[in-house]
Design a protein around this ligand. Structure first.
Ligand SMILES: NC(=O)c1ccc[n+]([C@@H]2O[C@H](COP(=O)([O-])OP(=O)(O)OC[C@H]3O[C@@H](n4cnc5c(N)ncnc54)[C@H](OP(=O)(O)O)[C@@H]3O)[C@@H](O)[C@H]2O)c1
Length: 345
């Protein structure tokens, strides 16, 4: 057993982490923090956990040493206090963007601010087991990934690593929980309910992670990302329009994806010629850690459409962080992540 604490446990990602860790056989949750709700029971904010824990939120100042610290703070908070956090725990998994990018110059470029602790950037491994499993096995510090970044990376990695793509346009549709639990004018129910609202047609910040992880030219990545909010709470769907260097038939594409993902515990290839579940959809992944991937080739046009879906709070955040923890501690990767989702939902 290890003792883990969650900083920012009143939020959506922190609450999802708490749900997963309470059921994890090798983890005891020591403390959970919230500045606003210190003293309140966890289930006051996460009512699904009523009867599962009597933990109460504590303030950051009352945090005690533990084995593993999960940080689920808004971007820009962990980078300011990383030395303090590191003095409390042997290992850290940070879900924010603060330690995802290796190049310090990317922070002013993409996040509008110099990184205050650039020497820490090299110590963090990008927390995506599918791409960095070996480094994570010995890592003390891991970042999370952007939810839009991880679904796009899983969709495109097999093609990019083989140099098959000339240019790609990724159209992402995302649910409201991506924005976190703090209300904004855009999340106000009359403004948010039922929308199909494009809010980042170009230069979404997660493009920085894609450029880094796919090793693209920052000046001309040839990869374009557009994000649209849709009327769901959880879920992200990436529709990736790939213009290929040469034509690929579907059998060749299947071979490529099977080769890369056959042994991945949380990547499923969706292949059905009939029925209503022919392509991935986020709805049935709710609460599960899967990323479903499917595609359609357009023979003769050197075009391939790859479709990938996740639950943004699971494979996009807390579930992926637990998978990363499992790798770091050499536990089977599926531990605590067996829930297959719901149908119908
Ligand atoms: N939502 C997603 O789908 C998703 C996906 C991938 C990654 N992430 C990342 O995960 C992190 C958390 O996201 P979220 O959606 O869970 O956000 P959230 O719902 O807004 O939660 C933020 C948490 O941080 C705490 N907090 C805020 N400011 C603080 C401060 N100055 N000092 C101490 N605690 C503070 C809040 O506690 P109080 O109760 O005190 O306000 C709350 O517990 C973000 O960095 C986000 O980028 C989120």
């Amino acid at each position: 057993m290890i003792r883990a604490s969650i900083v920012g446990a009143s939020g959506y990602a922190g609450g999802e982490l708490l749900r997963l860790l309470l059921a994890h056989p090798h983890v005891e949750v020591s403390q959970i923090t919230s500045e606003t709700y210190a003293g309140q029971y966890a289930y006051f904010l996460h009512p699904n956990l009523r009867g599962h824990t009597d933990l109460r939120f504590v303030r950051l100042a009352d945090l005690k040493p533990c084995d593993l610290l999960f940080l689920a703070l808004p971007h820009g908070q962990a980078m300011d206090r990383i030395d303090d956090f590191a003095s409390l725990a042997e290992r850290i998994i940070d879900l924010s963007a603060d330690f995802r990018l290796r190049d310090p110059a990317d922070y002013p470029r993409w996040y509008g601010r110099e990184h205050p602790a650039p020497r820490w950037l090299d110590r963090f491994v990008y927390g995506m087991p599918e791409l960095h499993r070996e480094e994570l096995r010995t890592a003390r510090y891991a970042s999370g990934t952007g939810c839009n970044a991880i679904v796009t990376l899983l969709a495109l990695w097999p093609l990019y690593r083989r140099g098959l793509v000339r240019e790609a346009v990724v159209d992402l549709k995302v649910g409201s929980s991506e924005g976190g639990s703090k209300p904004t004018p855009a999340s106000h129910h009359p403004e948010r309910a039922g929308v199909v609202r494009t809010y980042a047609p170009v230069r979404h910040r997660h493009l920085a992670e894609l450029i880094q992880e796919l090793d693209l030219d920052p000046a001309d990545p040839g990869l374009h990302l557009s994000i649209t909010s849709v009327g769901i709470v959880r879920g992200a769907l990436a529709t990736c329009h790939c213009l290929l260097k040469e034509d690929l038939d579907e059998r060749a594409v299947w071979r490529i994806y099977r080769e890369d993902y056959a042994d991945e515990p949380f990547v499923r290839l969706v292949r059905a010629r009939r029925g209503i579940h022919r392509y991935p959809e986020p709805k049935i992944l709710t609460g599960s850690n899967y990323c479903d991937i499917g595609f359609a080739a357009d023979p003769g046009h050197r075009r391939l459409v790859v479709v990938a879906a996740i639950d943004n709070l699971m494979k996009g955040a807390a579930g992926n962080a637990v998978q990363t923890m499992n790798v770091m501690y050499s536990w089977p990767e599926r531990t605590g992540l067996e829930f297959p989702g719901l149908h119908p939902i």
